[in-house]
Design a protein around this ligand. Sequence first.
Ligand code: FAD
Length: 496
Amino acid sequence: MAQSVEPKVVIVGSGISGIAAAHRLVKAGFQNVRILEATARSGGRIKTGKLGNTMIEIGAAFIHGPSKENPVFCLARDYNILDAKALTPENQAVHVDEYPPLVPNWFTSSGQKLNPECVQPALELFHELIDNTPQGKNHKKQSWPSVGDFIRSKVQRRTAKRWKGKDKNTRQLLLGVINTMLKEECCASATASMYKLDLVGFSMYEHIKGVDCTFPSGFEGLIGNLMSELPTDMVTYNRPVHCVHWNNGENDVNPVTVVCDDGEKIAADHVIVTVSLGYLKKHHSTLFSPPLPSQKLRSINKLGFGTCDKIHVEFESPWWDADCEIIYLVWNDEENISDQVSDLSKDWTRKISSFSVLKPSESGSHVLCGWISGHEAEFMEKLPEEEIRRSLTELIHTFTGDTTITPKRIMCTQWFHDPWTLGSYSHLAVGCSAHDIKSMMEPLPKRRNQTQPLQVLFAGEATHSCYYSTVHGALLTGWREADRLILHHSSSGSFP
Ligand SMILES: Cc1cc2nc3c(=O)[nH]c(=O)nc-3n(C[C@H](O)[C@H](O)[C@H](O)COP(=O)(O)OP(=O)(O)OC[C@H]3O[C@@H](n4cnc5c(N)ncnc54)[C@H](O)[C@@H]3O)c2cc1C
């Protein structure tokens, strides 16, 4: 380990980005590092739980792109917490557009189980479009501001020719499949609608090679391993930060004072803020004094932060095929290309596009994970459990035609109403660009010749330019801000 140095660093938040920053600083010899965490646990949006005897992921579940370029994969591999398949070179070599498709079961709202071949024309068209959205350089005209506008316009044009010979019912079913896929994408991007997602911004997200994998014993195992390498008293739990007072003035020994909800005041040279974009949107005016510069504020307001929730449902016995990995629901009465419902209280379950089949646990439980996003998810979060159970049972009866199916246990996530997250993850809303993410990550104060630079630094998933919304993106931002401090102190001579 390098020689110790004395700058006082406070990290706000003990999610993966905060933990990663602390790790890097401690390894580099910083001894005065403290993490303040609002809740009673570390991990933030990485949270593993249980439904009956089955392990469930309440937050992140997948390593997106498990291969050497992904730091989460490398850590998990080194901690030996992945299964053998994820470690194979074959798994790591697969590019996202070569993914083996999951084995699906398709059900329609008229209670039919479809032959997967029936939906193929719609799936082909959807992938043709979503995998080839215009990028910045070939999208000069603002004819389609959003991904939704682009898909709608292209589907209308291409199906007029392609599906000409098909009867009305088949065309309607295929449109229903397009809507199901749009709702799937809403979950992937945590947006209320694909009409809110910037078309050019959409292609800023970069995929890493490797077929997504999960953690056999839960994502929180990664947090446990990382925490075990930090000094035990580094994190203070149940200690929400109320305000970061920066630019204290040159007469003050430390340029920043962090004031906690309980009144404790902590002097610091540097504060790394890792709270979610949702938290920043709601609380920036009280969280910073003086207020954030207008450019950063504009970006905080413009960038999108939406909800993707999971509905875990346990059944006594499976009603899907033994080899099924995902169940898709297709409404065959939807005339328009749309991904939102107009009457939330009546139709919120229409937003549930699919259920992933969790691997059966040793105890033999059969658990599905339903996906729902946007205002429909936010509405669901406030419903009583009995009401959710009733609506879900009705949904499954409608799609299977089997009225004997009864959920045994249900557990819904509530990321929108979590006061320390206020949503799930970030996306590039219409009108956003790379500049907004850049201004999010810009440290304060902005002027270069400050005698007390790098007072407030910003990490967290929403500050990564191409891996936003992911765990690896969040982790890299923690390392990035730690490196910024390490470089600063090594070049200013206070560091070897
Ligand atoms: C449902 C869901 C599914 C997801 N699935 C995946 C997936 O499969 N793969 C993937 O890569 N990513 C996934 N993600 C995204 C991933 O979980 C996040 O991008 C990542 O965990 C964010 O880490 P972070 O450190 O930026 O933020 P967080 O984990 O949110 O950490 C911020 C911390 O700050 C704390 N905090 C907030 N306010 C204060 C305050 N005032 N004072 C002190 N502490 C405060 C919070 O309690 C929290 O612990 C998913 C997220 C959700 C919600």
